[in-house]
Design a protein around this ligand. Structure first.
Ligand code: 0PR
Length: 384
């Protein structure tokens, strides 16, 4: 590639350090995470015979995460994968195969809130299951009462989202767990955003505390390349226990007796796992460092709500995590026009179902939001 081409490609791409990427759940990798990631480019977690120490470390890192975030008081099982999408597909795959074993039925229904990330729709398609979409209320939360209208004998899995893509809020998980345990349903939680935001916010018994224990979720998506600032690609899938993955465990005999693949990809990068482990165990960083980052992002999302309201925008909910959604009082179409104008000015804000979404990730600093508000004010004044 000529120097010229690579430079022009670079200038066309957006850069997190500009402070203008306000819709991404990804962020700039932390410098320590980046250093450790680069040092581990050879590492393949799909080959435990060649990388026995790292294979062991993967499990230890999953248990470390669990002990810090308290998803379960028991020993859990999990893998580092390519991202939230692969993790969601794995959760549905494990659910579908378990359903097949339990019922002898080939296929059934997967129940998802309307706010589900497209990767879950891909998962339903790949599993050859029927999609049942649940409406959400005015706070973007799923209405699980409607599960009572379905025949539980046909349900493969029900999904709950902890920190949804549109508004960063969580579905009513207590209600979901209650219905699912009465009906004995597999629950998959998509905590790609919430897995590493809720544990840092609120009381000690945060929203996901104990959520991977018996009678609650069977599987849960985590995504360290979002809030944990680990380089892409680093996702995670965790399960209540090892039994959950029995039906998706494939021995790889030519790689030795320990080689049992429980993920979609065979060759699997371990660099992200190493980077996350380094961040969690470094005396200068660790869990409390992440708490300060998440608290700052959450507080800025709350501050932004108030500032947008001062400027006449409608903000339907207080941010639970790091996303602020807003709309112009003149409605969805005008809001979409505003989003387009802001994008022309370089501010990449999110757009979903007529709402403007601002995602306050670690690369978004308070002063970036201040500049954004100035441009927003200028733009809305001209629109009237
Ligand atoms: N689950 C939830 C709740 C998500 O929001 C996302 C992605 C995923 C799963 C899938 O995760 P992976 O992207 O790791 O497979 N959420 C954002 C989205 O697609 C990611 C994103 C990234 C958005 C960059 C915008 C952007 O510029 O909406």
């Amino acid at each position: 590639m000529s120097k010229k081409t690579s430079e022009s490609e670079k200038t066309q791409d957006n850069d997190y350090s500009s402070g203008k990427i306000l819709r991404s759940m990804n962020t700039s990798p932390h410098p320590l995470a980046q250093k450790i990631f680069i040092e581990n480019l050879e590492l393949n977690l799909g080959d435990p015979q060649l990388f026995p120490a790292s294979f062991q470390l993967e499990n230890e890192t999953i248990q470390l995460l669990n002990s810090l975030a308290n998803y379960s008081k028991n020993t859990i099982f999990g893998n580092f994968v390519s991202g939230g999408s692969e993790a969601n597909i794995l959760g549905l795959w494990a659910a579908r195969n378990t359903f097949r074993k339990k019922t002898g039925q080939k296929t059934g229904q997967i129940v998802l809130p309307e706010t589900a990330h497209p990767s879950l729709l891909k998962g339903v398609d790949l599993m050859g299951c029927e999609l049942v979409q649940l409406p959400v209320d005015s706070s973007f939360k799923a209405e699980y009462d409607l599960l009572d209208d379905l025949d539980e004998k046909n349900i493969v899995a029900v999904v709950g989202i902890a920190g949804n893509t549109i508004a960063g809020v969580s579905d009513p998980l207590d209600q979901l767990f209650k219905i699912a345990s009465e009906k004995n349903l597999w629950v998959h939680l998509d905590a790609a955003l919430g897995g590493f935001t809720y544990p840092f916010l609120g009381e000690e018994k945060h929203l996901l505390y104990g959520s991977l224990e018996e009678g609650k979720a069977n599987s849960m998506t985590l995504d360290p390349h979002k809030m944990m600032s680990i380089p892409i690609p680093t996702g995670g899938i965790i399960y209540q226990n090892k039994e959950m993955i029995e039906e998706i465990s494939y021995p790889i005999p030519y790689l030795g007796k320990d080689a049992i693949s429980t993920t979609i990809t065979g060759t699997r990068p371990g660099a992200g796992m190493k980077a996350l482990r380094a961040m969690l165990t470094d005396p200068n960083y660790g869990w409390e460092y992440y708490r300060s980052v998440v608290e700052r992002c959450h507080n800025d999302a709350l501050w932004l709500k108030a500032e947008l309201e001062k400027r006449g925008m409608k903000v339907p909910i207080a941010p639970e995590t790091v996303i602020t959604v807003a709309q112009l009082p003149s409605g969805k179409e005008e809001t979409q026009k505003l989003i387009n104008l802001l994008q022309e000015k370089g501010f990449m804000v999110g757009s979903s179902q007529g709402w403007m979404r601002i995602v306050v990730m670690p690369h978004v600093k308070h002063e970036h939001l201040e500049s954004f508000l100035n441009v927003l004010e200028e733009t809305t004044t001209k629109m009237i």
